[in-house]
Design a protein around this ligand. Structure first.
Ligand SMILES: [Zn+2]
Length: 140
């Protein structure tokens, strides 16, 4: 369904621009649903089956308990039995980069971060954002 190349034992997908734009538009749409107020953070994860799973930030007054939109999106996909995330919208905080990276270790898919930079769509593999990655392989 999607084109990929294998780099260092991981699949790196190339996502059509139209799908990237759809993901980014959907993420913007879900900004209305962030909790408890709109305009928090929202992302969309794309799986190798072509399904898109939005995630929204869900804030706690403690902040420590706040769920980031990326965790929410990965959880949303997992609830539907999908853990092969080929792309997710960004930019993402460093905590979420770590979570996406760990997901990529398990799936052997180098998840691409889909970003809009000025008028250009960029697709950046998560591995390229992890200069000194940890762990080397999934621990659990
Ligand atoms: Zn985050």
């Amino acid at each position: 369904m999607f084109k990929y190349k294998t780099v260092n034992g991981k699949k790196v997908y190339s996502i059509d621009k139209a799908i990237c734009l759809e993901m980014l538009a959907l993420a913007d749409e879900y900004l209305k649903r962030t909790f408890p107020k709109p305009n928090g953070y929202a992302v969309v994860a794309l799986t190798d089956k072509g399904n898109m799973y939005p995630g929204i930030s869900y804030c706690s007054d403690t902040f420590t308990l706040t769920m980031h939109s990326e965790a929410s999106a990965l959880n949303h996909a997992a609830i539907h039995g999908e853990t092969r995330i080929i792309a997710i919208t960004g930019p993402n905080c460093h905590i979420c980069k770590q979570l996406i990276y760990e997901s990529s270790l398990r799936s052997k898919i180098d998840t691409v971060i889909v970003l809009k930079e000025k008028d250009r769509i960029k697709q950046v593999p998560i591995s390229s954002l992890m200069l000194y990655p940890w762990p080397e392989k999934p621990r659990i």
